[in-house]
Design a protein around this ligand. Sequence first.
Ligand code: UDX
Length: 442
Amino acid sequence: MSRVGIFGAGWVGLVTGACFAELGHDVVVRDVVAEKVGALEAGRIPIHEPGLPELIEKNRERLGFTADAAEAAQDAEFLYVCVGTPSTYSGDADLSAVWSVLDDLPPLDGRPILVMKSTVPVGTGDKVRAALDARELDHVGYVANPEFLAEGTAVRDFMNADRVVIGAYEPEDGDRVEALHETLGAPVVRSDVASAEMIKLAANAFLATRISFINEIANVCELVGADVEEVARGVGLDHRLGPHFLRAGIGFGGSCFPKDASALKQLASNSGYHFQLLSAVIEVNELQKRRVIAKLQKHLGKLRDKRIALLGLSFKPNTDDMREAPSIVLASRLLAEGAEVRGWDPVASPGELMKGVAICESVLEAVRDADAAVIVTEWDELRDLPSPEVRDAMRNPLIVDGRNLLDPEVVEQLGFAYEGIGRVSSPFSGLPETPEPEQKPA
Ligand code: UDX
């Protein structure tokens, strides 16, 4: 059993802290936002992550929350940095929260290890090492230990890790971080610090590349009459490729892929290299979000005064996270085309991110008198979307399935026109009656 101080009670910090407590370690999580600490101490978990509230409750005697850095660092053998590193306008990673952690560190005895779990550009370890030494904290070790947690499955991803990556300057420091994860029984990758930092960025960039690749395959399938779902199945059975992250759709979002792809591209160009492949991955993703517009125009013609229902707004199912959600781009494109946009999501509340969009309490309310319904996030609830009730409520029963969630034949048998991604879609069935715009009272 070790004593671990976690800096940052965001999504990574809370999942990491709760899982380390579950492994039997003594954990104190520190956050600079006192209200968040207060909520956590009262048992209110500020994020929507399946299984996390239960895990925190179960390990409460080994898991503390504080706003005081000294309390989190007290007698801690490991000081985990789990703060946000959002993108700056230039695409670089903003490391200001990392430096704040260093500034807040109290005098430290013994040889605690500062462990970087936040996603940082390659070379950050060298800068932090130098900063520690400049603060006469050269007795503090430094290890890079990136996370590979996906939202919605983070607890499972930590407890059943595919691998634990440990990059260290001093092998003994690496050994101690490895021992901390021992009971996980996961494969361990030991490397130098820079390589560990690159493993994280490269892994996310490659997953994003798979998605943009299958999305481009889907776009070609539409032109040659093939079905991307069949294609992905056939490709994914190749043991050298595997089936994961070959789901075509309207693009990737979230707090990681867009940020890490642009951070790696920026890192490369800062180092004098033009990362062409990654530039294309990012561009394809931006275009993919917008392809829905053409699909709607194919069936509806001009979108001015058409009512479009966007179903599912979070960047993926099982989370309320709206960061870089494709729905945001789609909504603003539709508004720019003069369409009336309605949105529905079971848990996410977009707020200011979707000014001009009417957020509805139910799917039925969102599709009422709509000229089209677009599945943007593949929430399970939307598997029941094609129903007589929805068809009769809509002005024009057209479903654009942005995540290939539904069976095209079933949808058409129920009297809807269907547009998927990279699938054979319903033929153009003539422009629907454009409703007379409501007469504004004189
Ligand atoms: C991702 C990585 O999976 C995780 O390892 C890393 O630590 C953080 O980033 P996350 O962003 O939570 O996790 O979501 P993920 O499930 O990977 O999905 C990312 C985006 O890709 C979503 O918008 C999702 O809809 C999209 N996606 C995913 C596809 O479009 N097709 C796929 O096949 C898979």
